[in-house]
Structures are given as structure tokens and as C-alpha cells.
Design a protein. Sequence first.
Length: 262
Amino acid sequence: MDSLRHSCLTTLSQKLNMNELPVGLYDLLHTTQLHKRLEKAGLLDRAQWTDFDRDELQHRLAIPLSREIASFIAEAVTGRKAEHLAEALNEAFRSPEVLQAIMHELRPHAPNSLTEILPEPPLQGIATRPDSPLSVSALLTGSSRSPALRTQLIKELASCDRADWLVSFIRYAGILPLLPALEQFTATPAPDGEPKLRIATTSYMGATEVKAIEALLALPNTEIRVSYDTRRTRSMQRHIFSIGKPASAQLYRFSKHIKSGA
């Protein structure tokens, strides 16, 4: 089974401009700006960090830097006609103060990343964390060297605020191994009071089982929608897990439907 996990996180600059740094999981470079925000908010004593090794450091620095530069270029060329793109780019890159501002924003404070902000005692932090970093893509292949998709779904359910599933069809054999985690996850509503688990599926090829839908309908704080349009239904597979406020979403896209315990 080939599964591709894409990060849909907000950019680093958006993270740093938040009015709040909510409790929960993070994967943010430990920049001087982030350190100052944590210190100002009185959160340094509850911040959890993970060190980089020397080989990893260059890649972890390059990821947020490339995002910021891409955002800068996109802003520079927005609304420009095709024949004026080169002129717009040359004009943008003749502004060294803009690029210096980007570099200053991402200046590292220490060679590590913020992985979690713990809640105030006696509440405890998140015990289970997904194996793949939140800030980079990871290919799940189903091999012995790759985390199993089912395991990652369970870990995501243990650490997210809400989950949105978009799948072509659902089989009971695929839901059964996830039911204990789903029952625990849906025991409480989402922070905004909305359903914590939302599922959209179809009658694609008549493969969705009534027993599977009934098992999901028995869960609290859950919303399920089934399309019976057999003429326009297409194969689709998406799992989106949202964390924090504003939401940071982790997207799993894969080729195998929820039909087995794989």
C-alpha cells in the first residue's frame, strides 16, 4: 500500500503572528522570534524541544526558509501579466531589506524545534505523537521500514482536535481495528462544539457496508454523509487531522480504502 502524507501546516510567519500559542503539538524551528514570543507569553517553562543532529539541521532550516521565500515571490508576481513576470522578480530581488527581513525572522536561537506546549498542571501533555514530523512530507509504503497507516491514524486521533475523513467506501473490517481509538476520540466534542469526527463517503461500486456505517453512527460527536449518486461517484481517499487554533491540518492521501486492517 502506497500512502502519501502531506503537511498542510500554516507558514512559520503565520504561526509567529498568532495572538496565542495554544497548548498542543508543534514542529517549529526554534528561532529567536519564536523564543521571544514564548518568553513574552510565559510559556518557556512549558515548551518541549527536540534537538537536531548536524545532518538534519540544514534541511530543517531550509524548509521554513523556502516557504517564506516562495510566499515572498508569490506576492511579488500576483496580478502581473506574463510578459512582466521577469521584471517583477528582478524588482523584488533588488530589495535586499525584504530578504534580510526573512532571514532575520528565521534566525535560529538553538539547533532544535518546538514539539509541544504543555498544559498547566495538573493536566498532562499529549502522550502519543505521530511518527512523522508535522512540518515535512512522509511516504508511507506499508513496508517494514515505514509506519503502518493504521498505526498513524490511531496516533493522529490521540493528538488532534478533530478529524475529517473523505473516502470512497468503508468496510467493517477496516473500521473494526480503529473502533477503540474512535470511541475514545469522539467521547468529547470538538473545542468549538462541532462534531469531532466528520466522514464523507459514497456508494462507489456498492462497496460501502451498512454494518460499517451503523458502527460509525453509534459514535457520539460524529457526522456521516453518504452520497448515493452512482453515476458521478469517483474514487477518493483523504484523511485530515486538525490541531490547535487556528487549525493546523495533517493530510493523509492514500490509494487503499478503509476496507482492511492494513
